[in-house]
Design a protein around this ligand. Structure first.
Ligand code: PMP
Length: 440
C-alpha cells in the first residue's frame, strides 16, 4: 500500500492548524508508531518529542490499550449516554473521582479538550443561575491561554492568532500571563511573581464579583510555549476566587495524568480548583475523550434544585459522551500508568530533562528556556519581524534528523513520552543544539 497521498487526496483534505500549502508541497507522512517513536514513509524511526500532541505519554501502540479496545468492541460498540448507561462509564467515573484532588468527585464526559473547557464554563454559569445568582456570567481567562478551538475556547482563550479571523464570540476578560523577561532561563517555577494573581482583584473591582462566574487557567500553559507559574501564584488565584465566590477551573488537558510529574497539575502545585478539564492523556490519545471533574457541591446543587423526577438537571452533553470504547481505552490507560509507575517516573526523570534542556542556554537565538515535569518550551528570536520562521526551520531540521518537536508562534515545545530513557534525552538535546545552530 502506498504511503504517499494521491493528488486528489491532497486536494481534498483541508488540514487543521496547518500550513496546507507548505505541507502539500512536501508531505511528511507518518506510517506507523511504536513506543516513543514514529515511523515515516522513508522507513525512518523518529523520536516523538511531543508525545503525539501531548497525548501519548505511555508510548504508542500499547497492546494493553488496543486489546482493551478490541475486547470492548466485541461486547458493546456504542450505547447512548442520555437516559441509559453502560458499566464502563461508571467504573471509569469512580476511578477518576478517586484520583482527583479534594472533593472533585463528580465526572462529566466529553470528547475533547475544547468540549471539556466549554462544558466546565457552561456548568459554572448554570451553577450560579441555579443558585439564584444569574448575573454571575462573566468568564475570565488569561493572555496566551489555550482552551480549544470552539467559540468558548477562542473567547476565554488568549492566543491572538487563534481569534484573528473570527473576532468577538463570547464576552470574556483576560488577565496577563505570568511570564516576565527577568525570569528567562528559570529552571522549573520562578520564585518571584505570585502577586501577579492580584490582577484578578482589578477585574473584580471593575465588574464586581456578583457578575463573575469563573476563572479558567492552565496550571502551566502548554500551547503558548510552556509558561510556568511563579511559586504561590496559583494558590493566590485560589485564595482570591474563594474569597470572592468565583469558581476556579484548571484546564488540565495537557497537565493531567502525569505530564507535570503528578497525577494532576493541581497536585503538583498543591491547589484544589473547583473543576478540572481533562482530555488527551486520559486515553493515551488512542480514542478521543475528555472529562470534567467537578466539585461535589456543584453537582449536589443541581440535584437538589428540585423539579420533577423526569426533568433533566443539566441540558448538556454529547452523542459520544462516555463512549464505551473510549471508557475502555481510558481504564486501560490508567491501569498502564499505574502498573508501570509512569507518573512517578516522570517526577524522577524530570531533573535530568531539566539539566539537559537548559544546557541549550547560550546558543544564538534562544531567548528563554522553560520546563516543568516532562514539558519544556523555548522562545526563539524573531527573524526579519517573523516570529515563526526560526522555530519552523528548527523543527523541520529536527524532523530530518529523526526528531519530532512542535513549533508554535515563536516557540518550540517539547512533551516527552513518559517512557523516555536518559540516552534519548541526550540524543534529542544534541540534535536540537545542532538544528538551532543551523537555523540562521
Ligand atoms: N485545553 C488545553 C490546555 C489544550 O492544550 C488543548 C489542546 N492542545 C485544548 C484545551 C483543546 O483540546 P482539543 O484539541 O482536544 O479540543
Amino acid at each position: 500500500m502506498s504511503t504517499q497521498p494521491t493528488q486528489a487526496g491532497l486536494d481534498a483534505y483541508w488540514m487543521p492548524y496547518s500550513s496546507n500549502r507548505e505541507f502539500k508541497a512536501n508531505p511528511r507522512m507518518i506510517t506507523g508508531a511504536e513506543g516513543a517513536y514514529y515511523m515515516d514513509d522513508r522507513g525512518r524511526r523518529i523520536f516523538d518529542g511531543l508525545s503525539g500532541l501531548w497525548t501519548c505519554g505511555a508510548g504508542h501502540n500499547r497492546t494493553e490499550i488496543s486489546s482493551a479496545i478490541s475486547k470492548q468492541l466485541g461486547e458493546l460498540d456504542y450505547a447512548p449516554a442520555f437516559q441509559f448507561g453502560h458499566n464502563k462509564a461508571f467504573e471509569l467515573a469512580e476511578r477518576l473521582a478517586a484520583m482527583a484532588p479534594g472533593d472533585l468527585n463528580r465526572v462529566f464526559y466529553v470528547n475533547s479538550g475544547s468540549e471539556a473547557a466549554d462544558t466546565a464554563t457552561k456548568i459554572a454559569r448554570a451553577y450560579w443561575r441555579q443558585s439564584g445568582q444569574p448575573n454571575k456570567t462573566r468568564l475570565i481567562g488569561r493572555a496566551k491561554g489555550y482552551h480549544g478551538a470552539s467559540w468558548g475556547g477562542i473567547s476565554f482563550g488568549g492566543i491572538g492568532n487563534n481569534r484573528k479571523l473570527w473576532g468577538h464570540a463570547l464576552d470574556a476578560d483576560h488577565i496577563h500571563h505570568t511570564w516576565r523577561p527577568e525570569q528567562a532561563f528559570t529552571q522549573g517555577s520562578p520564585e518571584d511573581g505570585a502577586e501577579r494573581a492580584d490582577e484578578l482583584l482589578d477585574r473584580i473591582a471593575l465588574h464586581d464579583a456578583s457578575n463573575i462566574a469563573a476563572v479558567i487557567v492552565e496550571p502551566f500553559s502548554g500551547s503558548a510555549g510552556v509558561i510556568i507559574p511563579p511559586v504561590g501564584y496559583l494558590k493566590r488565584l485560589r485564595e482570591i476566587c474563594t474569597e470572592h465566590n468565583i469558581l476556579l477551573i484548571f484546564d488540565e488537558v495537557i497537565t493531567g495524568f502525569g505530564r507535570a510529574g503528578a497525577t494532576f497539575g493541581a497536585d503538583a502545585f498543591d491547589v484544589v480548583p473547583d473543576m478540572i478539564c481533562c482530555a488527551k492523556q486520559i486515553t493515551n490519545g488512542v480514542i478521543p475523550m475528555g472529562a470534567v471533574l467537578i466539585k461535589d457541591e456543584i453537582y449536589r446543587a443541581f440535584m437538589e434544585a428540585g423539579g420533577a423526577e423526569h426533568n433533566i438537571e443539566l441540558p448538556h452533553g454529547y452523542t459520544y459522551s462516555g463512549h464505551p470504547v473510549a471508557c475502555a481505552a481510558a481504564l486501560a490507560t490508567l491501569d498502564l500508568l499505574e502498573r508501570d509507575q509512569l507518573i512517578p517516573r516522570v517526577a524522577e526523570m524530570a531533573p535530568y530533562f531539566e539539566q539537559a534542556i537548559h544546557s541549550l542556554k547560550g546558543l544564538a537565538h534562544i531567548l528563554d528556556i522553560r520546563n516543568y515535569g516532562f514539558a519544556a518550551g523555548l522562545s526563539i528570536a524573531h527573524k526579519d519581524g517573523d516570529p515563526a520562521i526560526r522555530p519552523y526551520k528548527i523543527a523541520m531540521d529536527l524532523w530530518e534528523k529523526g526528531f519530532y518537536v512542535r513549533y508554535g508562534g515563536d516557540t518550540l515545545q517539547l512533551g516527552l513520552p513518559f517512557i523516555t530513557e536518559s540516552h534519548e534525552i541526550d540524543s534529542l538535546i544534541n540534535a536540537m543544539g545542532e538544528s538551532i545552530k543551523n537555523a540562521e
